[in-house]
Design a protein around this ligand. Structure first.
Ligand SMILES: O=C(O)CCC(=O)C(=O)O
Ligand SMILES: [Fe+2]
Length: 220
């Protein structure tokens, strides 16, 4: 994959337009075929071949308030560093997207963090926000779905709720291969319905820098 010489090469002009317009107008977007199928395939191979022992039970809260709570969240995760070509490629592409989004929406995004997520049968994630106003530096949430096939009977939908009425369902997204979801982290409550098959995805967050007088960012 090329270095970041020509940012737009990774994406089609039309999908970038849909993404930026939707984020500006609604604050969320669902796109199919946003990434090349080669990249999605190699990420799926990686997700599939990660052995159970390297995955960690996902928790809620950050740093000192981090806790594993199996009654609210049941998925296993593996943070993505540039350890393999596919992971490096994904981070490069998301870095390109960060620059494009900063140029078109002036979001001031600073970095991107992401993990593979595996929801085994009966895995779920209760309704939550990825960020709380004034408490987090996560600005944009992203999810890329990897499973080669997904039937509606497999469940595992991502449900996004209305930003002004968090009881009202806005959209239900089936985790179909290559589907990419982006939404404002502080604005939209969402949940993952119980999955009846093993569900593979990459969840990621674009963040702003939270360095202040006492704490240096980045930190997880
Ligand atoms: O996998 C999904 O559809 C969403 C996951 C999620 O909400 C999260 O990891 O915070
Ligand atoms: Fe989330």
């Amino acid at each position: 994959m090329n270095a970041l010489t020509d940012l737009d090469n990774f994406f089609t002009a039309s999908s970038l337009m849909i993404l930026t317009n939707s984020l500006r107008d609604k604050g969320w977007c669902v796109l199919d075929d946003f990434f090349s199928i080669e990249l999605v395939n190699s990420l799926m191979n990686e997700a599939n071949s990660l052995p159970d022992v390297v995955l960690q039970q996902a928790g809620v809260g950050r740093k000192l308030s981090h806790q594993v709570k199996l009654d609210t969240r049941r998925d296993c995760i593996f943070w993505i560093d540039g350890d393999t070509q596919a992971r490096r490629d994904f981070l490069i592409v998301m870095g390109a997207l960060k620059i494009i989004l900063n140029r078109s929406l002036l979001l001031g995004l600073f970095d991107f963090e992401a993990h593979f997520a595996r929801y085994y049968e009966n895995g779920f994630y209760d309704k939550h926000f990825d960020a709380f106003v004034g408490e987090s530096n996560r600005v944009l949430s992203t999810v890329l779905y990897l499973n080669d096939t997904w039937l509606s009977s497999d469940g595992g939908e991502l449900v996004i709720f209305d930003e002004y009425d968090s009881e009202r369902e806005l959209i239900r997204v089936l985790p179909e291969k290559g589907r990419f979801v982006v939404f404002l982290s502080e604005s939209f409550a969402h949940q993952v319905n119980a999955s009846k098959a093993c569900r593979h995805s990459i969840a990621g967050w674009f963040r702003v820098n939270a360095t202040n007088g006492t704490v240096i960012d980045p930190d997880r």
